[in-house]
Design a protein around this ligand. Structure first.
Ligand code: DLL
Length: 442
């Protein structure tokens, strides 16, 4: 991707840091007031702590405010954290998280909330070199999941041409990507890989034959190895986009073409990194739990929402010219950490180790089982088609080398299973990396 750096809102993206902090403070004050006046949950929390909205006079005062957790949102199901009633004419749309492990978390959006969301995603479109002349293929699922409609709003704000594919029907996705001259793809990394592999299977060489040049991929972790795989197969520059339905959806932060961290949309969100145990802020550069406060949300504002995602603030300036601070790529979540014989490991760390083995594909699965009080971990990997799978000696050798790397890098010993190409289930949305078959109640 050559050419000059593109921005969607340069006046914000390159804003003087002092001015940006002033804007944040002004918006934080408004948000705190809105929460206190309109959401009984927050009024109660503030009253318990003896804090009133007018006590917030500097950004440092944020640290005195209460946290909001996913459980708080679940307990508020469906609308008790709304600042505007759901049936009010100003509320235009509802989104909700999947709710597989409890009540869904529900958020409402006014037109302004939707426009802000679209703006942040439109910045991502510019970050991969797109613009109003782009054809944007949205292959995130449309629905309550925020991926599809979030990317769609970005396309609208950018005035790009939108191809609203949603996920599924992958061969058709490939055909249209080629025939329509799509230049930007938005979907999960695992789905981008499936689209690339399907195109190759259909006899195409998308890296050379397709116009696609930029990919805005997120909603799940993606190792550097998997990124390279996607970039090479599709011939694209990939930027990692982050977000969560409780806070807005995709666009809370996004990489630029330098791929050195994700610029946070700091005009709309304040990021904090806290130690998940002490809940105290950690210095820049140090890993911890990501916490967001919203600054311009009208329907579902949030104060200090604990995301459970693990990242850090990357100090220093970015070569792209944006002054919006950067967070690192998500390494895992505080709740997806596995404890294998006392060693803490995140699934993404397996992914990083596997990236060093060209013989295995970017797909993997971690299967957890238990026998009595002991947990067992099986790491299922699959070989690339070029690997001679019929040679048992080679497979055993590969298995041992992967085991060795896992031991020396992560200090864990797991049962590595090497299987044939395409034996691991493919995903059209977020990949299912961990399969927990442990007996409950252990
Ligand atoms: O995944 C929103 C989204 C859609 C983001 C499309 C990017 C692109 P949820 O379904 O609520 O929302 O899931 C949010 O997904 O807390 C992270 O754990 C994970 N996640 C999101 N983006 C990334 C990313 C959407 N770029 C949860 N890297 C978050 C790693 C991510 N994990």
């Amino acid at each position: 991707m050559a050419g000059p750096e593109r921005y969607f809102q340069p006046e914000i993206e390159k804003m003087d840091p002092e001015a940006l902090r002033a804007l944040q403070l002004e918006r934080l004050k408004k948000t705190v007031e809105l929460c206190y006046e309109s959401i009984p949950f927050y009024k109660q929390r503030f009253d318990q702590l003896g804090i009133r909205p007018e006590d917030v006079i500097s950004l440092d005062d944020l640290a005195r405010l209460p946290f909001t957790t996913k459980q708080d949102m679940r307990d508020a199901y469906p609308f008790n954290l709304f600042a505007i009633p759901a049936d009010d004419a100003r509320v235009q749309r509802l989104h909700a998280s999947s709710g597989t492990t409890g009540n869904a978390t529900v958020c409402g959006y006014t037109q302004n909330d939707i426009d802000v969301w679209g703006d942040t995603f439109a910045r991502a479109i510019a970050q991969v070199g797109g613009g109003a002349a782009s054809i944007l293929q949205v292959s995130y699922g449309y629905g309550l999941f925020t991926g599809g409609l979030g990317a769609h709003e970005g396309g609208i704000r950018m005035r790009a041409t939108i191809l609203p594919m949603s996920s599924g029907n992958t061969r058709r996705q490939v055909q249209m990507m080629k025939d329509f001259g799509v230049d930007i793809l938005a979907c999960t990394p695992s789905y981008a890989l499936l689209i690339a592999d399907t195109a190759i299977e259909m006899g195409y060489d998308p890296a050379n034959d397709f116009k696609v040049a930029g990919a805005i991929l997120g909603a799940e972790p993606c190792s550097e190895g998997m990124r390279r795989d996607i970039e090479n197969k599709l011939g694209v520059k990939m930027v990692d986009i982050y977000g969560l339905s409780e806070v807005m959806g995709p666009g809370v932060s996004c990489e630029c073409r330098y791929q050195t961290g994700l610029h946070v949309a700091e005009d709309h969100f304040i990021i904090e990194i806290v130690d998940p145990k002490t809940l105290q802020a950690v210095p820049d550069g140090q890993w911890g739990e990501v916490v967001f406060s919203t600054l311009s949300k009208e329907c579902s504002p949030l104060i200090r929402y604990r995301t459970r995602d693990i990242s850090r603030i990357l100090p220093g300036e970015c070569a792209c010219g944006r002054t919006l601070r950067r967070m690192d790529r998500i390494t895992g979540r505080t709740d997806d950490m596995l404890i294998i014989r006392g060693v803490n490991v995140f699934p993404s760390q397996f992914q990083e180790v596997l990236a060093n083995f060209p013989e295995v594909a970017s797909h993997y699965q971690i299967i957890l089982t238990s026998k009595g009080p002991l947990d067992y971990v099986t790491l299922k990997v699959e070989t690339v088609p070029e690997f001679d799978f019929d040679e048992i000696r080679k497979i055993e050798n590969l298995r041992q080398r992967i085991n060795g790397e896992l031991k020396s890098n992560l200090q864990v010993s797991v049962d590595v299973q090497v299987s044939e190409p395409k034996s691991i289930e493919r995903s059209e949305g977020k990949a299912r990396r961990v399969i927990d078959l442990r007996e409950k109640g252990n």
